[in-house]
Design a protein around this ligand. Structure first.
Ligand SMILES: NC(=[NH2+])NCCC[C@H](N)C(=O)O
Length: 399
């Protein structure tokens, strides 16, 4: 077991956090999928198989795969974690005092594994334990309304925590459907014995920052997408805290279009080698970056400058190679939507990608990159690829 440490996007991956999807995906219906940020209703068994295959590819590469629900169950052995879990899961504003009380004592009686299942998959009103007396809340809610919301996007472990150097930042997620994911991830890092020694980055800030927007371009150089999820205030407070902890010397705040297709920076740009990115051609020449550097107690902001130039300069490279997918605009748009750009490097020049993005993968191979293909027909229905579905905990340093 190695100590958590991540200073790049591509250093040999040793330990990664995934979440094997399950019951929470079974909660998705055509009525709630938009709100729960899924574009289709996944075939759950197949999604699980696809996810197992993803984990198997990583293990074959020598990567230790940690599963969030297992860590959470183990963390819940600590009574403080249990209390915090109940606090985050039971919302008295929604349930009223009486149902909230009943639910709390019901959850308190559960073993760790069952409790984890409920925290992740949620609970409907009809699944609540029976109670004496009359409750208006129970009578007026529909049986399938959620008393505890399910967390189908927990699958995308990238977004709720980011290791930067030897510290973990538990992020502040922007969308209501995902806010509670941070609370669960926080329990793991606060109470699981494996992480007892870990220090935090970013602290208890509340301005939204999502891990899909954070790219560790090189040791000390962090790019942060600012768009639908991470806000300017989020990028600024992350930069401030990284500078204060001496975790970065440059932060690039990168404006991205506020659309579903480009919800995070990693939907349009990921690193594939220590000096190379895979980028969506439509934005390649337009992407810009504000350059943030520490200045005394404050921050100096310059730019915006072209993203590629600003990145190369901060990374001390002559230039950043771009894998030019060279696709016609329609194919590029289709493959970008299907997470063609959302690759996970397992070492410099070797990555995991969805097999369906045939053209992008072929171009990567032309550029000398090894592509380990996985199937993602069901996993992709939540709009996330291999990078979104993984949170690296240990990567070997690059140099
Ligand atoms: N890092 C990422 N690109 N994550 C993708 C998250 C997808 C998820 N359904 C959401 O909308 O939040």
């Amino acid at each position: 077991m190695t100590t958590p440490h991540v200073t790049s996007e591509v250093g040999p991956l040793r330990t990664v956090l995934l979440h094997r999807p399950g019951g929470e995906l079974k909660r998705l219906t055509p009525r709630n999928n938009d709100q729960l940020l899924f574009d289709a209703i996944p075939w759950v068994d197949r999604a699980e198989q696809e996810h197992d295959a993803f984990a198997a590819v990583l293990r074959e590469q020598g990567v230790e795969v940690l599963l969030l629900d297992e860590l959470l169950s183990e963390a819940l052995r600590d009574p403080r974690a249990r209390t915090a879990a109940l606090h985050s899961g039971v919302d008295e504003r929604r349930l009223g005092a009486e149902v909230a009380d009943t639910l709390c004592s019901y959850l308190s009686s559960m073993d760790e594994k069952t409790l984890t299942g409920v925290l992740v998959s949620g609970m409907t009103f009809e699944e609540l334990p029976a109670a004496e007396g009359q409750s208006l809340v129970r009578r007026m809610h529909q049986p399938h309304d959620f008393a505890i919301d399910p967390l189908p996007n927990l699958l995308f472990t990238r977004d709720s925590s980011v290791w930067i150097d030897d510290r973990v930042a538990v992020t502040s997620l922007a969308m209501p459907a995902r806010i509670r994911e941070s609370a669960l991830t926080d329990l793991v890092y606060a109470y699981h014995p494996r992480f007892a020694q870990s220090a935090r980055a970013y602290g208890a800030h509340s301005a939204p920052v999502e891990g899909g927007d954070v790219l560790l371009l090189a040791p000390g150089v962090v790019a942060v997408g600012v768009g639908e999820r991470t806000t300017p205030a989020g990028a600024e407070s992350l930069a401030r805290s990284l500078f204060a902890d001496d975790l970065a010397h440059t932060v690039l705040a990168v404006p991205i279009t506020q659309t579903r297709a480009s919800m995070h920076l990693d939907t349009v740009c990921t690193m594939v080698d220590h000096d190379a990115v895979l980028m969506y051609p439509a934005i390649r020449d337009h992407l810009t970056a504000y350059v943030l550097r520490p200045a005394g107690e404050g921050i100096k902001v310059s730019g915006p400058e072209p993203f590629l130039r600003a990145s190369a300069e901060a990374m001390e490279l002559d230039r950043l190679r771009v894998v030019d997918t060279g696709l016609d605009p329609v194919t590029a748009e289709r493959e970008q939507w299907e997470d063609g750009n959302n690759t996970l490097a397992v070492s410099p020049g070797t990555l995991v990608a969805y097999e369906r993005n045939v053209e992008t993968n072929a171009r990567l191979e032309d550029a000398g990159i090894e592509v380990l293909r996985i199937s993602g027909s069901e996993l992709g229905s939540g709009r996330g690829g291999p990078r979104c579905m993984s949170s690296p905990i240990v990567r070997d340093p690059l140099y």
